[in-house]
Design a protein around this ligand. Structure first.
Ligand SMILES: [Zn+2]
Length: 507
């Protein structure tokens, strides 16, 4: 895989790098006297130093100074390093560097910045990734930077950040690629290739009759795509079993809508562009599995089911008012065909819940670009909505705390009784309503109530704290965080949630 590999660099005058990126909030006092003197001389003639990314030549070598800006206010966080690294690496690349190094001269005592070096590297990787279509057309040379040295990083850190970077790279490819190149069969092929010879096993369900029988809600979403063979759905199942004892089981269901037209409730008014990225949840989960495969954490077993499907429109498309009996036996009244992600994931969630009953310390997650409301309510942060057992175990809080340290921020939402009331049946004809008909962004509790729906069709409403067998469940809505700047058409995918999950469960 062509992501820029991290390597350890013990000394500043290491000949292995061809550009030195220095990220700091202050460049006036550096340990290295040579460098410090050179920067001081430059400061005397260039007022931009410390205010914007600046390029200078010291002893015939490229030096790039990337200021973080202030770090000490209540609202500053490690993204100051992430963002500075993105700007700096682009400058390094433009100058012709292929093997730059990142140096953080001032080790901060502030715990917010304990992973600043790792985060700076991941920021650089985020900036350097180019879309799969671009690499397939122009060649891999459009990503000329093949290696990034990290000063002061030990071997364990290098191993961890390489695992995260490799996973994020795959997640960006899977999320960010156009709907034909990454149609469900080709999404599945990418996963098969990604895990070939690795510690993660892959099973792909391609048979339509099996999907119709086992996953009736996913089949309903996929129905209009059956007319076009290359758009046929896939279920991708991934599993990692650690060496030695299993102490925890992580179980993921990812939303992989390779294209979401909205279906019969067609996205109009220009809201369809960018909907090839509606597979970001499945992409983040597959990426996390890649990180797990590379890092091989002890004690943690990880299982992932990906619902890879296209929500097309056509003569056989599903329509609102249809009542579908789910795998769990729940009769679902379709409220709006654009609320398809919860349908695509629901039956897989039910299947996962059955596995959870006999798993060691299970924690179940759905990961999805589910609602515009998550983006409206949280801005560029993921939204975690959890059930009672997950809340009691502080699963979302701990994950979000990791996100703060790894530039992968999230907000914790509550699941409330209003969410269940909102989707309750109006007659005896059905058991639950899939969605209302206003845009989620203008619907009160628009990102919280879908978690109630998922809990019901997944059968997890019977595994709350009041039950004989509580099972923790967290719904991760990454609709606000899945692409840079919330720009679904043009923003680079971020692999939202991946580094938080890795930091929380693998380190
Ligand atoms: Zn939709």
């Amino acid at each position: 895989m062509a992501y820029p590999h991290a390597v350890a660099a013990p000394q500043l005058d290491n000949a292995k790098h061809d550009a030195l990126i220095i990220i700091a909030d202050n460049f006036s006092e550096l340990d290295d006297p040579n460098l410090s003197q050179a920067i001081k001389s430059q400061m005397a003639v260039d007022a931009r130093i410390g205010k914007q990314v600046t390029f200078l030549v010291v002893d015939s070598k490229r030096v790039i100074l990337a200021p973080t800006g202030p770090l000490n206010r209540d609202y500053d966080d490690v993204r100051r390093y992430f963002d500075a690294a993105k700007l700096a690496i682009n400058e390094a690349k433009a100058s012709g560097s292929t093997k730059p190094a990142i140096y953080l001269p001032q080790a901060s005592q502030d715990s917010r910045y304990q992973y600043a070096l790792e985060v700076a590297y991941l920021g650089a990787c985020q900036a350097l990734w180019q879309p799969l279509e671009a690499r397939e057309h122009h060649g891999e040379s459009i990503e000329p930077i093949t290696q990034i040295a990290l000063f002061g990083a030990n071997e364990q850190t290098i191993k961890a950040v390489n695992a995260i970077a490799a996973g994020q790279y795959a997640a960006r490819d899977l999320c960010g690629t156009e709907p034909e190149r990454m149609a469900p069969p080709r999404f599945a092929d990418y996963c098969v290739d990604l895990f070939k010879g690795s510690k993660v096993s892959v099973e792909v369900i391609a048979d339509i009759a099996t999907i119709d029988k086992e996953y009736p809600m996913m089949s309903t979403v996929a129905r209009a795509s059956y007319a076009v063979e290359r758009h046929h759905p896939r279920v991708v199942k991934l599993e990692y079993v650690p060496e030695g004892e299993v102490t925890r089981t992580l179980m993921f269901v990812g939303k992989g809508l390779v294209y979401d037209t909205g279906g019969a409730d067609l996205k109009v008014g220009g809201f369809m562009a960018g909907m090839s990225r509606d597979k970001g949840g499945a992409a983040s989960v597959a990426g996390f599995m890649k990180s797990v495969a590379d890092f091989a954490p002890k004690g943690v077993k990880v299982i992932a089911f990906l619902a890879v499907v296209r929500n097309s429109i056509g003569s056989d498309c599903f329509v609102p008012d249809e009542i579908i009996t789910s795998r769990e036996g729940v009769r679902v009244r379709i409220g709006n065909t654009d609320a398809e992600g919860r349908l695509a994931m629901g039956d897989l969630l039910s299947e996962m819940k059955e596995l959870a009953k006999t798993a060691v310390n299970p924690e179940i997650f759905t990961v999805a670009t589910l609602t515009g409301h998550a983006a409206r309510a949280m801005g560029p942060y993921s939204a975690y909505v959890e059930n009672g057992p997950a809340r009691a175990a502080h699963i979302s809080r701990k994950l979000a705390d990791c996100g703060d340290l790894w530039a992968d921020g999230a907000e914790v939402s509550r699941s409330r009784r209003e969410d269940y009331d909102f989707i309750k049946p109006r007659t005896l004809a059905d058991d639950v309503l899939s969605s209302n008909n206003a845009a989620s962004a203008v619907t009160a509790r628009g990102h919280q109530f879908p978690m109630a729906f998922l809990a019901i069709v997944g059968g997890l409403d019977k595994h709350g704290t009041d039950s004989a067998q509580p099972i923790p469940y967290v719904h991760m809505d990454i609709a606000g965080s899945g692409v840079e700047g919330g720009d679904w058409q043009h923003g680079k995918p971020t692999a939202a949630g991946l580094s938080s999950l890795f930091a929380r469960y693998c380190l």
